[in-house]
Design a protein around this ligand. Structure first.
Ligand SMILES: [Ca+2]
Ligand SMILES: [Ca+2]
Length: 178
């Protein structure tokens, strides 16, 4: 079966996600890059409980979306995993579950809403500069009430990993980097 090359804008988001996570710029994402770096920062920025939530989420993410059983993942390997969005009807469901888990980690005070401060602290765990967070927050806040609801958060995550054209969710992980 012939398959079309992945759409440019979708690839650009995946490239940005890769660049964000390749902490030591060696061209592969290791488990240390993907799990240990943000979890260690989360202990400072989010506290031990949310750092643990994040560790569970990212370990699951590593297995399902990034490295699988391997210790490192190349960009092509990751593209292969995320390209399931074009072939696997259950991909949305898996992605939604991950986004729900992430919302739990992001909602630091557990009031079911994410504030700019919470989102800033979480993205800082991933190495996004605080000054870069506000445009993302505003993009994700679809109803413009100054808060990100669980639904808005999940929508944006699905847009990031599944939309092939430009959408507000492209800023889910901060500004595009590639
Ligand atoms: Ca909150
Ligand atoms: Ca909102």
């Amino acid at each position: 079966m012939a398959s079309a090359p992945p759409p440019y804008y979708w690839l650009r988001k995946l490239r940005s996600y890769f660049v964000l996570n390749d902490r030591d710029l060696d061209g592969v994402i290791s488990r240390e890059d993907f799990v240990d770096y943000p979890v260690n920062r989360a202990k400072t920025f989010l506290g031990e409980t949310k750092a643990k939530d994040l560790e569970i989420l990212l370990s699951q993410g590593w297995t399902d979306f990034i490295g699988g059983d391997n210790q490192t993942a190349t960009f092509d390997a990751i593209i292969g995993k995320f390209a399931r969005t074009f072939t696997d009807p259950n991909f949305s469901e898996v992605n939604t579950k991950m986004a729900e888990l992430m919302f739990t980690a992001v909602d630091i005070n557990n009031d079911n809403m994410v504030t700019l401060e919470e989102y800033t602290r979480v993205l800082e765990c991933f190495g996004v500069h605080p000054l870069s967070v506000k445009p993302s927050f505003e993009a994700l806040d679809a109803n413009k009430d100054g808060l990100i609801s669980k639904e808005e958060f999940i929508d944006a995550a699905l847009q990031y990993f599944q939309c092939t054209c430009e959408s507000p969710g492209a800023l889910f992980w901060g500004p595009l980097r590639a």
